[in-house]
Every structure is written in C-alpha cells, then in structure tokens.
Design a protein around this ligand. Structure first.
Ligand SMILES: Cc1ncc(COP(=O)(O)O)c(C=O)c1O
Length: 384
C-alpha cells in the first residue's frame, strides 16, 4: 500500500502527460514558456483571483510577498509553529522575526485568540513592528479567514494564506485569496496539486503586488509600470530596478500541471469520499478524528488522527504493512534554527500536544475501499 500513490494518478492520464511533455521538449521554450502563462491564467480562474504568478517552489512563493512588502529586521511576522518549516523559515531569511501563534485543537489551524494575544504582546514589548500574518491551511482545510482578516485589519497587518497543502480548499464557497492579500502554494509532488519536481505560485487580487512579484521572481526586472513611468536608455530586458531572485517555473512542470488540473476537481471529490469513510469508521473510537471548520471544504492533503499512544500505533501499522507519517513531530519553535525566536513559555500548548499525538494515514484519490478497510481494521485492532 502507498501512503500517496502518484503512479496511479500518472497511469490515469499517462498519454496526455506524455504528449504535453513532448510538446514542451519539441517547442524549446523551457523556462517561462507559453504553458506557464496558460497555467497562471487557469490557476487564477480556479480560485477566483485576479492574478496568479508562478515561481520555483512554495517557499519562494512565501518569500516573494515578504520581499515585495519590504519586510526587514525589526518586523514581526506572526505564523503557526505547527506547520511545515518553510512557513516560518522564510521570515528570518529576510531578517525579520517569526512570532509563533498557537493552533486550534480541532482543525490545527491558527487560533485567532492566540494571534490577538501575540500581537498585543509584541505591541506591549515595543521591540518589533507587527507587519504580516501567515495563516496556513494545514492538512488541506481553510484557516478561519474571516476572524484572522478582521484581526489583521484592526492592526493594519498584511495577510498571507499559505495554502501549499490546501490549494483548492474553500470556506463558504470562497478561496483563501478572497481574504488574504495573497495566497501562496506549492506544487511539490506529494501536494494535492503537485508537479513532477518543484514548483509554486501566488494568487492575489492586488494587481500592483502581482506585477511586483513578477519582477522579483526574475532579478527585479523592469515592470510595465516602471517602463511607463521612467525613461530607460538600454533595452529594459537586461535592467534590474530592484533586488530580486531567480524563481521561475519550468515550462515542463506547467505543462504537467495543466493536465493534472483537468482531473483535480474530481480528485478532490474522491479524497473527500475516502475521508468520510475513514471518519465514519473511526468516529468515537480514537482520541481525535479530523474536524473541518463550519462551511469549510478540505482538499485532504492529509488525513490525520490522534492517538494517546501514537508511536505504538505507528509501529503496529508498520508491522502490518500500512504506511503512516507524523506531521509534525517537532514544532518549528523547538527546531534548532528557531532557538532565537523562542515563544513565551507555555504559549503554544495545543501545538505541543498535537505534535505528540498526530498520525497521518494513507490518503489519495486512488485508495480503493479494500485498502481503506485494511487501514481502518488495522488502526481499530490496535489496543496499545
Ligand atoms: C505549509 C507549507 N508551506 C510551504 C511549503 C513549501 O513548499 P515547497 O516545498 O514547494 O518549497 C510546504 C511544503 O513543502 C508546506 O507544506
């Protein structure tokens, strides 16, 4: 049994994928070729945003808006500690300070009350300037965007939706980019919408921000606004007007994603069927089964349960041929690189408890009922 079966998906659309790859190779426009522009159009349409700008990976997607907003030493960026390390690590990369916020025990997404307390604490201390909040759609479900947006508005903060695990998720039918100043995603192969290598994108309704990010992903190249407002005495193609980076999406990856996007809605529905079947079997029998925010739709990047003897359960599953993963055994604030950014002792109790109890079970759209039953029976047979 596979934890995530990417080969089953590849077989489903093999001729289409192979034809798309061949076309790119024969077309010869390997970086930012026409498929990249087409993908950006379709990604924007998918989540009802005005703009999508692709980039090299989901980590760059997070750093690009921070660069665009000139986030620097002395700035505070609020983010969860119970997430993949990239969410927080981009902050010190730009010299700013990650301030860790606790998550809610039922959804594992940012706790608005903990965010409010963290902002108040930073303001009271006066050492850092609150600037940005990064909310994460952990395991595929949307964060509480209405509440988080309201807090950001009250304090004049920018909001990034790190939807690397949740691209395609909705809250009351709306995508994270409806609330956030910008939503970022990753096309890492294991993500619900993944490519065959690294890739990422941002989605935003802010046209000026999208233009700036297009410039930053290619060494701060001249934007249409720069060209309209300044006189250049050289071909602007070779001019850099700001410090940027090289973060472009390969055309091959865009072509692969265009094919995968055609079956993505169907795959989300199938993941939901698997999740519901798991939850019906586990409900009331485990320490915790996933619960979704009211009005939310998860894309089920992971199906995560909790068990008092998580490590014992994992050993039992492994012995019975069932793969499982722990996301995340060490919260970010306990990682070596984050030692400098230690939160107030005791301020992240939910994060610390979750990291001891969570276990992700096999989840993908091609997990048949027989395999699901094996997972269910093996989990329920454990009485450690
Ligand atoms: C929540 C979250 N943010 C950011 C990233 C970074 O994406 P990438 O690996 O494409 O850089 C990931 C996944 O890897 C993620 O899960």
């Amino acid at each position: 049994m596979q934890f995530i079966d990417l080969q089953a998906q590849r077989k489903r659309i093999e001729p289409e994928i192979n034809a798309a790859i061949r076309q790119v190779i024969e077309g010869g426009r390997y970086v930012l070729g026409p498929e990249v522009g087409e993908l950006e159009k379709q990604l924007a349409t998918w989540c009802g945003a005005k703009h999508a700008v692709s980039c090299a990976n989901g980590t760059d997607a997070l750093s690009l808006p921070l660069m665009a907003w000139n986030i620097r030493p002395g700035d505070a960026v609020f983010c969860p500690s119970f997430t993949f390390v990239a969410t927080a690590q981009v902050v010190p990369w730009l010299g700013a300070w990650p301030v860790f916020v606790d998550v809610l025990p039922d959804t594992y997404n940012m706790d608005p009350a903990s965010l409010e307390r963290a902002i108040e604490r930073v303001l009271a201390e006066g050492r850092l300037k609150p600037k940005v909040v990064i909310a994460v759609d952990l395991f595929g479900q949307p964060a509480d965007y209405p509440a988080i947006r309201a807090i950001c508005d009250r304090h004049g903060l920018k909001l990034i939706a790190d939807t690397a695990q949740g691209f395609g998720c909705t809250l009351n039918g709306r995508h994270p980019s409806d609330w956030a100043d910008i939503a970022t995603t990753s096309f890492f192969p294991a993500k619900p919408l993944g490519c065959y290598g690294d890739g990422g994108a941002v989605m935003t309704n802010d046209s000026a921000l999208a233009e700036l990010i297009e410039s930053l992903r290619v060494y701060g190249k001249v934007t249409p606004t720069d060209a309209a407002t300044r006189n250049f005495h050289h071909d602007p193609k070779y001019l850099s007007v700001r410090v940027g980076m090289n973060s472009r999406l390969d055309t091959l990856q865009a072509a692969i994603l265009l094919e995968k996007l055609k079956i993505f809605a169907d795959e989300i529905l199938t993941r939901d069927v698997v999740a519901r079947r798991y939850s019906a079997a586990f409900s009331g029998k485990l320490r915790r089964v996933p619960s979704i925010i009211p009005g939310g739709r998860s894309v089920w990047a992971q199906y995560v349960i909790e068990h008092d003897n998580r490590d014992g359960l994992q050993t039992h599953l492994t012995a019975n041929g069932i793969p499982s993963m722990v996301y995340y055994p060490v919260p970010i604030h306990e990682q070596d690189f984050a030692a400098r950014f230690a939160p107030e002792p005791g301020s992240l109790p939910v994060t610390e408890a979750a990291s001891r109890h969570v276990l992700a079970l096999p989840m993908h759209p091609y997990l048949g009922e027989d395999a699901q039953d094996r997972v269910i029976d093996t989990v329920l047979a454990f009485n450690g």
